[in-house]
Design a protein around this ligand. Structure first.
Ligand SMILES: [Zn+2]
Length: 291
C-alpha cells in the first residue's frame, strides 16, 4: 500500500492510501542528525509501503536532495535516495507546498486548469499545478512566492531580504503587525482569538494581514492567470471567518479578464496537506509508472 509522508519541523505526518493517519514527533531529535535520520527512515519504511511520496518543508531538488530546510537545518544536504538506499522502494519527493498543491488538485479540484495553492503558517509557501501536473521549476524551487516583494525596503523577512510577502502574511508577520499597532507580544493564534473577541488592535492587525494577502494574490493572478486559488495553512484556517469574501475583494483589484475566471477556495486537508499531496503524487506516479 502507498503512503504519503510529510517531514515538518515538529512532526512527521503520514497518510496511508486507506485513510489511516499517523503523527510522529521528531522535535526532540531535531538537532541530532544521526538520530533524526534513523527516526525518519523508520517512519518512512514502517508498515512496508509499496511506494512512498515524501513532502519536505524546504528547498528540495527534483531528485530528492534537500538543499536547504530553514526549519530543520540538520536535513540540509540530505539525499533522500541515500536515506532509502538498499530498500528498493519507489519514492517521489518535493517541497511540501508544491506537493500539497498537487493534492488539492488531485482530491478536490480536478476541473482546474491552473491551480495555485497559498499556504500561510509559520511561513508562506506556494504551489502550482498546470494541466494536472505539479510545477516544480528547473531546480524544484518554483513558487517561492513568500519571498516575492510586496513592499520595497519593507520589513525584514526570515530569508534576510526586505519587504517579502511572508514578512506580512505569516504567523510571525501577524505578530509583528500586532506589535507595531501597539499590541503586546503574542502568538498568531492569540491575536486571532482576540480579533474574534472584538479587540480593536487585533482586528486592525487582521485587516492589515488581509490587505497584504490580497496584494500578493493580485500579483499571482496577473502573473499566472489561474482559474483556482486555494488558501490553506494554520494561520489562514484560524482566521478564515474574519477574512470575509476574499474572492470578491480580489476580483475588485485585478484586471477584468482574469478576474472573470478566478475562483478562491479553502483547503480541506488541514494539517495533512503535505502528506495528502505526497500520497496523491506517489499514486499518480505509480499509475503512470513514471519515476
Ligand atoms: Zn523572504
Amino acid at each position: 500500500m502507498l503512503k504519503g509522508v510529510d517531514i515538518g519541523g515538529t512532526f512527521v505526518k503520514v497518510l496511508w492510501e486507506d485513510g489511516r493517519r499517523e503523527k510522529h514527533r521528531i522535535f526532540d531529535f531535531k538537532n541530532n542528525r544521526d538520530l533524526l535520520l534513523e527516526k525518519l527512515r523508520e517512519v518512512i519504511l514502517n508498515g512496508h509501503p509499496s511506494g512512498v511520496g515524501i513532502a519536505v518543508a524546504g528547498f528540495t531538488s527534483r531528485s530528492g536532495v534537500i538543499s536547504h530546510s530553514p526549519n530543520i537545518p540538520v536535513l540540509n544536504g540530505l539525499d533522500l535516495r541515500k536515506l532509502l538506499a538498499g530498500m528498493d522502494i519507489p519514492f517521489v519527493a518535493g517541497n511540501d507546498v508544491s506537493i500539497g498543491a498537487f493534492g488539492e488538485w488531485y482530491y478536490d479540484y480536478r476541473d482546474s486548469e491552473i491551480l495555485v495553492l497559498v499556504a500561510v503558517g509559520t511561513g508562506l509557501g506556494g504551489g502550482l499545478v498546470v494541466g494536472g501536473k505539479p510545477f516544480f521549476g528547473v531546480s524544484g524551487t518554483a513558487m517561492e512566492i513568500g519571498h516575492h516583494t510586496v513592499l520595497m525596503d519593507g520589513r525584514r523577512c526570515s530569508c534576510g531580504r526586505r519587504g517579502c510577502w511572508e514578512a506580512y502574511c505569516s504567523s510571525y508577520g501577524l505578530s509583528e503587525t500586532y506589535g507595531k499597532l501597539g499590541g503586546e507580544p503574542l502568538k498568531d493564534y492569540q491575536i486571532i482569538e482576540r480579533a474574534r473577541e472584538g479587540e480593536e488592535t487585533a482586528r486592525r492587525a487582521v485587516v492589515e494581514f488581509k490587505k497584504f494577502l490580497i496584494r500578493g494574490l493580485m500579483n499571482l493572478v496577473h502573473i499566472l492567470n489561474p482559474d483556482q486559488i486555494v488558501l490553506g495553512g494554520g494561520v489562514i484556517e484560524g482566521m478564515k471567518e474574519l477574512l470575509g469574501d476574499i474572492e470578491k475583494d480580489l476580483k475588485n483589484v485585478v484586471e477584468d479578464l482574469p478576474a472573470g475566471d478566478v475562483k478562491v477556495g479553502y483547503s480541506t486537508a488541514g494539517e495533512f496537506m503535505g502528506a495528502r499531496g505526497a500520497l496523491a503524487f506517489i499514486k499518480s506516479r505509480t499509475a503512470d509508472n513514471t519515476f
